[in-house]
Design a protein around this ligand. Structure first.
Ligand code: KG4
Ligand code: ZN
Length: 336
């Protein structure tokens, strides 16, 4: 019988300090996430220096908890995997240095993981992958369509040319005086509002799988300013519903078109914006008319966590990928 592969994952790329232990890349043994959202809220966004400081304070506690929750000792851990990028450099460095120190002290293999590979592999903690698959990644920093023909292989077929989807959500939320992070608030308002405003959809050139959200964001801002100048009141819930309708329309239409063109056997959704109810419903509606299975992870696996890093790290480890003790944080690491 094949021995289980037990992998420790560490994630500190943005505002969550997280550690997790995953068995065979598919089963969560422990999953600890310390969120800093409360500390960043009053600034309306993530403050990099504050993020790094919190990571330093939290990392050893979170790591200890991950081992305790799993009821495991270091002798059971096969490798240490860590987000090496992309993300905030000062935040990434805390996780990378913790991972390197542990790899050296405990004499374990070290594997650097791409944050987006992590978001993709969060889905494998729910269901086994079938290739080729298409992944739609929608987070605070990313909006990408990635084609995977096998484990650990990533082909970028479309990406945002300006703002990420989550970034657009957060900026529009700010215009509506909603707290950070704004995505969930817009989502909540959109559910009770009506699509009364026809905001633009950026389809870009024929056949392109790229995205652009800055025009939509500007259209929302202009609409709010113009209404204020004329003394009109726009219902925030209607702005939210109209903005969300535009985002969901473009994301779901391009994902479906790509899924058909590349003849994929599975479509998966990843990243913080995958928690969006409008997007989940929109994708479900579109894919229910096809025979392509759609997989959307549960809410707690959509936002940043370390189980997803351990899951992606397991594949990298099994494929023989190793990082040296000179591993560095890379804020603009490419997915490959
Ligand atoms: O993946 P994630 O936790 O961090 C990054 O790697 O960026 O994503 C965070 C983003 C934020 O922009 C947040 O507003 C957005 O995900 N988000 C949502 C929802 N929940 C989180 N956006 C829209 N609707 C939601 N329900
Ligand atoms: Zn993320």
């Amino acid at each position: 019988m094949k021995k289980d592969t037990i992998i420790l994952g560490i994630e500190t790329s943005c505002d969550e300090t997280a550690a997790s232990i995953v068995k065979n890349g598919t089963e969560i043994v422990s999953n600890v996430v310390a969120s800093q959202i409360e500390s960043h809220k009053r600034f309306g966004g993530v403050v990099p220096e504050i993020a790094s400081r919190h990571h330093v304070e939290q990392i050893t506690i979170v790591l200890e908890e991950a081992l305790q929750e799993a009821d495991m000792g270091w002798d059971q851990i096969d490798a240490i995997t860590v987000t090496e990028g992309p993300g905030l450099v000062g935040a990434l460095l805390v996780g990378v240095n913790a991972a390197k120190a542990l790899a050296f002290a405990k004499q374990k293999p070290l594997v650097g993981v791409h944050h987006i590979a992590g978001h993709i592999y969060a889905n494998r903690l729910e269901k086994e992958f079938t290739f080729p698959l298409l992944a739609l990644i929608v987070s605070g920093g990313h909006t990408e369509l990635v084609l995977m023909k096998e484990h650990g292989s990533y082909e970028l077929i479309g990406e945002t040319r300006d703002d990420a989807a989550g970034e657009a959500y957060d900026k529009v939320a700010r215009m509506l005086d909603l707290p950070y992070p704004g995505g969930p608030h817009i989502d909540r308002l959109a559910a009770i509002g009506e699509e009364t405003i026809a905001f633009p959809r950026a389809w870009l050139e024929d056949g392109s799988y790229d995205f652009s959200f800055s025009g939509l964001k500007s259209a929302v801002i202009n609409k709010i300013h113009n209404a204020k100048q004329r003394g009109e009141t726009l219902k925030p819930e209607d702005i939210a519903a109209s903005f969300q309708a535009s985002v969901v329309d473009v994301l779901t239409t391009k994902t479906l078109r790509a899924a058909k063109e590349f003849n994929v056997k599975q479509v998966i959704v990843a990243g913080g914006v995958a928690a969006n109810k409008g997007l989940r419903a929109g994708l479900q509606a579109k894919f229910s008319e096809t025979d392509i299975p759609l997989l959307i992870p549960p809410l707690k696996l959509c936002t940043d966590n370390a189980a997803m890093i351990a899951a992606a790290g397991t594949i990298a480890y099994e494929q023989g990928r190793r990082s040296g003790l000179d591993l560095n944080a890379n804020p603009s690491l490419l997915l490959k």
